[in-house]
Design a protein around this ligand. Structure first.
Ligand SMILES: [Fe+2]
Length: 360
């Protein structure tokens, strides 16, 4: 009997070891965009930074990391803190869907990860559909219980919010690379009054380069969400979110094309989770519209995020997709590419906000 027990235990151990080995091999396959593409070497970012550059960190939908693997989100923030000086990180931008169900325990996980940045690296948050309950069918979110506006107020880059005590719509100001920037962070499915507020803020800061951050804007066909003319899954108009709602095309028409936005950054879309579209605004400047999302990968996203390196020439921006968890870059052309910024128009509608705060 004893002999039989040890024999079956040994067999069991062999099976576990074989399954672990097999799972490891299987995982290695999924870490790569293209099985024929060599893996980036260890310490992937070591050779990748140009002295004199500055960097923005863009963190797409962490909802599944928050839900299933909160340590992965902590690995992201820990890496950002540890590498802040090395990459001259100026700001982090979260693209929404911070939780899966707007559940308190999920916000606790999310807060534990993101608040590591407090006092170390400024960040902007937006809400995604999953940050409202139930299932995006309301405008009710618990984000303000876990990320109260008062905790942002003393930060050097914080500009203000649309509604007192609510962080869903905020703006942030900083100077980097010899240019003045404004980050406009807008709620899921922005309401008409949100768009009106955003227009006012951009007019007040029209001497700055704009970065619009909002959860749903571009689909992975690299076209803006447009419920009037296109069949694109997960359009904000397809949800039960109380109207009015503005999708990507409506935001372009009512807001983006009128101002000095250099970037629109968004997440939300699965499928490939990536997209890029450049369009000229009304002043003839290029607006780079970029979708990134990794929520469907292993471990809720494997910690992949975008690092946007702004080179010292003042116009070149290198966009990379990096996981501090694996120390790996995704190097396919959709994940790693370079764009060029246009100069600001010679005559801009300058009305500088005397209250604007500039970070070093
Ligand atoms: Fe979403």
């Amino acid at each position: 009997m004893k002999k039989k027990f040890w024999a079956s235990s040994f067999t069991c151990l062999l099976l576990i070891a074989a399954s672990v080995f097999s799972a490891e091999n299987e995982k290695k396959k999924t870490y790569r965009d293209d099985p024929d593409e060599p893996l980036a070497p260890g310490s992937a970012m070591r050779e990748e930074f140009t002295p004199g550059s500055w960097t923005l960190a863009v963190v797409p939908d962490i909802q599944n990391q928050t839900h299933f693997c909160p340590g992965v989100s902590m690995a992201q923030t820990a890496w950002l803190i540890q590498n802040r000086e090395r990459f001259n990180l100026i700001h982090a931008l979260y693209l929404g869907d911070l939780t899966n169900h707007d559940a308190p325990w999920q916000w606790e996980n999310c807060q534990a990860a993101i608040s590591l940045l407090d006092g170390k690296l400024p960040y902007a948050l937006v809400t995604g559909n999953h940050d409202y309950h139930p299932d995006g069918a309301s405008r009710d979110t618990r984000i303000n219980e876990y990320f109260p506006v008062k905790t942002f107020a003393d930060r050097p880059t914080f500009g203000g919010v649309m509604e007192e005590g609510r962080i869903e719509n905020s703006y942030h100001l900083f100077e980097a690379g010899g240019r003045k920037w404004i980050v406009l962070a807008l709620e899921w499915a922005p309401r008409d009054k949100t768009v009106d507020w955003a227009n006012d803020i951009m007019l007040k800061h029209s001497d700055r380069y704009g970065i619009l951050v909002t959860h749903a804007y571009l689909f992975d066909d690299s076209l803006r969400y447009d419920h009037k003319t296109r069949q694109q899954r997960w359009n904000p108009h397809d949800y039960k979110t109380p109207p009015p709602i503005n999708d990507g095309q409506e935001l372009w028409d009512k807001l983006v094309r009128k101002h000095n936005f250099a970037f629109v950054l968004c997440g939300h879309v699965c499928n490939s989770g990536v997209g890029y579209q450049a369009d000229k605004n009304d002043a003839g400047q290029t607006v780079h519209q970029i979708l990134s999302n990794y929520q469907f990968r292993d471990l809720g996203g494997e910690g992949y995020m975008r690092l946007m390196e702004f080179l010292p020439d003042g116009k070149t921006v290198k966009i990379r997709t990096y996981s501090p968890l694996w120390d790996r870059l995704l190097t396919s052309p959709e994940q790693q590419f370079t764009i060029e910024l246009d100069p600001l128009p010679a005559k801009s509608n300058t009305e500088i906000d005397p209250l604007s705060k500039i970070s070093p």
